[in-house]
Design a protein. Structure first.
Length: 396
C-alpha cells in the first residue's frame, strides 16, 4: 500500500513538471510599439503598426548608431485596411511571419479626419481586446496618423518612444486609454487628446530623420472631434484641471520693461461649485508658487515692495491664462473638458439629475470666479539683475 501511495504521489509530481508545453518564444513574436488609425476608401479603416526589428536592437547607441557607424532604423512599419480594426489586423497578420504582440504598444494615434467622423469603433477594440494596455497613450495627428510612424528619430529608438517620453514629461495634455474611457463615460461625455505634428527635418538630415511633437489639443464631444485649442489655451486648461506639475512661466513686470521667468512653477487648483436658485457658479481657487530663473527687468527682487509688484504681475498672468482658456472652451467651443460637470454632480446630486440632460446649454452660462494666490519663493543665485550696472538697477 505504501508503495502504491508513493507511486501515485510521484506520478502527480511528474505531471506538474510539464509547465512549459504552451510557451511562446520571443523569437515567434512581432513586438508592436505603436498603432495608427486612418480613414480608407469605401468607409474602411486603415491600420498601420510600427514593429521592432530584432536584429538591430543589441548594438544601437545613444545617437541611433553602433560604434560610430551610420544610424540604423530599429523599427519597420506595415499597414493594411479592413471593414473594422479587427478585420484589418487579421489581414495584417497574414503579411507578418510572427504573431502580433501588443504588450509593448504604448502609443495609439488617430488621424484628424477619422477623429472628426468618430473613433467609437476603434476605441471599442482597444478597450475590449485583452492585450492593449490601459496605460497606453492616445493622440490625434494633424494629417495622416501613419506618417508619424514612418519617422526616423536621431536620438530615440523610434517615434513611438519619442511620443511616450514627451507624454511622461507632461508638457501638454496627457491621456491614457483608461482616462479616455472614463472621460467618455463621465457626466459631460467630453474628452481632450494631444495633437501630434511632425517637426520639419534639418537640411543635413536623412529622409524621415525627424520626430513627432505635441502642440495643442483636440476637443471631443462624445467620440467625435469638434474642434481644437492652441498651445497657449492648452496651458490654461491644464491650470484649471490641476495638471500643472513643473512649468516655466514668463510674464511682463508692471513696473519696468522686460520679462520675468519662474521655474519650477507648481500649482494647486480646487474647483468649488455653488448653486443659488437658477444660478450655477464655479470658484477656481488657485495657489501657485515658483522661483525666479531669469530677470530681464531693472527690478531688484530683494526689495519687498518690488517683489510684491512682481508677484502681482505673476497673478495677473495666471489669471489671463485661465480666462483665455475659459473664453475658448466655455464660450467658443461650449464643451466641458474642464470637469465642471463632475464637481456639480458630486456636490449637488439631486440638482444634477434634474439638469444633466441640459448640461450642454447650461455649461456656457456657468459663472466662473477666480481666487488666485501666487508667491515667488526665491530670487535665484543672485540678487540684482545680472550684468546690469548698479546705478541702473531699480532698488525701490
Amino acid at each position: 500500500m505504501k508503495v502504491c501511495i508513493k507511486s501515485l504521489i510521484l506520478i502527480l509530481l511528474i505531471s506538474l513538471l510539464g509547465g512549459c508545453w504552451d510557451r511562446t518564444e520571443l523569437n515567434d513574436l512581432a513586438l508592436i510599439t505603436a498603432l495608427a488609425f486612418d480613414k480608407a476608401e469605401n468607409n474602411q479603416v486603415k491600420v498601420t503598426v510600427q514593429i521592432v526589428i530584432p536584429q538591430v536592437q543589441g548594438g544601437v547607441g545613444m545617437m541611433g548608431g553602433s560604434g560610430g557607424s551610420a544610424a540604423k532604423k530599429t523599427t519597420v512599419r506595415t499597414e493594411e485596411h479592413g471593414f473594422d480594426t479587427a478585420d484589418a489586423l487579421s489581414k495584417l497578420q497574414r503579411k507578418i511571419p510572427r504573431r502580433l504582440f501588443w504588450g509593448q504598444c504604448k502609443i495609439f494615434i488617430f488621424s484628424e479626419s477619422l477623429a472628426k467622423t468618430g473613433i467609437r469603433e476603434q476605441f471599442d477594440f482597444l478597450v475590449r481586446h485583452p492585450q492593449p494596455r490601459e496605460r497606453a497613450f492616445m493622440f490625434i495627428s494633424k494629417g495622416k496618423a501613419a506618417d508619424a510612424l514612418e519617422l526616423f528619430p536621431p536620438i530615440e529608438r523610434s517615434s513611438a518612444e519619442v511620443l511616450r517620453k514627451l507624454s511622461e514629461l507632461q508638457i501638454g495634455i496627457r491621456v491614457t486609454i483608461e482616462q479616455m474611457s472614463i472621460m467618455l463615460k463621465g457626466d459631460s461625455q467630453t474628452a481632450a487628446l494631444p495633437l501630434v505634428y511632425i517637426l520639419p527635418k534639418n537640411k543635413s538630415a536623412e529622409p524621415f530623420q525627424t520626430i513627432p511633437y505635441l502642440f495643442g489639443t483636440a476637443v471631443f464631444k462624445k467620440d467625435k472631434m469638434v474642434g481644437e485649442i492652441s498651445e497657449k489655451v492648452t496651458r490654461g486648461v491644464m491650470w484649471i484641471k490641476n495638471e500643472i506639475k513643473e512649468y516655466t512661466v514668463t510674464y511682463e513686470a508692471n513696473e519696468s520693461e522686460g520679462l520675468v521667468s519662474l521655474k519650477p512653477v507648481k500649482a494647486n487648483v480646487k474647483l468649488i461649485p455653488k448653486i443659488e436658485g437658477e444660478k450655477w457658479m464655479m470658484t477656481l481657487k488657485v495657489q501657485t508658487e515658483g522661483d525666479i530663473v531669469q530677470n530681464s527687468t531693472l527690478l531688484n527682487p530683494m526689495n519687498p515692495d518690488l517683489l510684491s509688484n512682481m508677484n502681482k504681475a505673476f497673478a495677473n498672468d495666471v489669471r489671463g491664462r485661465i480666462q483665455l482658456a475659459l473664453q475658448e472652451v466655455q464660450e467658443r467651443l461650449k464643451v466641458d473638458i474642464l470637469g465642471f460637470a463632475t464637481e456639480f454632480h458630486r456636490k449637488y446630486p439631486k440638482q444634477w439629475e434634474k439638469n444633466k440632460d441640459n448640461w450642454e446649454e447650461l455649461f456656457p452660462k456657468v459663472e466662473v470666479n477666480l481666487d488666485i494666490k501666487t508667491q515667488i519663493l526665491r530670487p535665484g543665485l543672485i540678487n540684482s539683475p545680472g550684468g546690469m550696472p548698479k546705478e541702473e538697477v531699480i532698488e525701490k
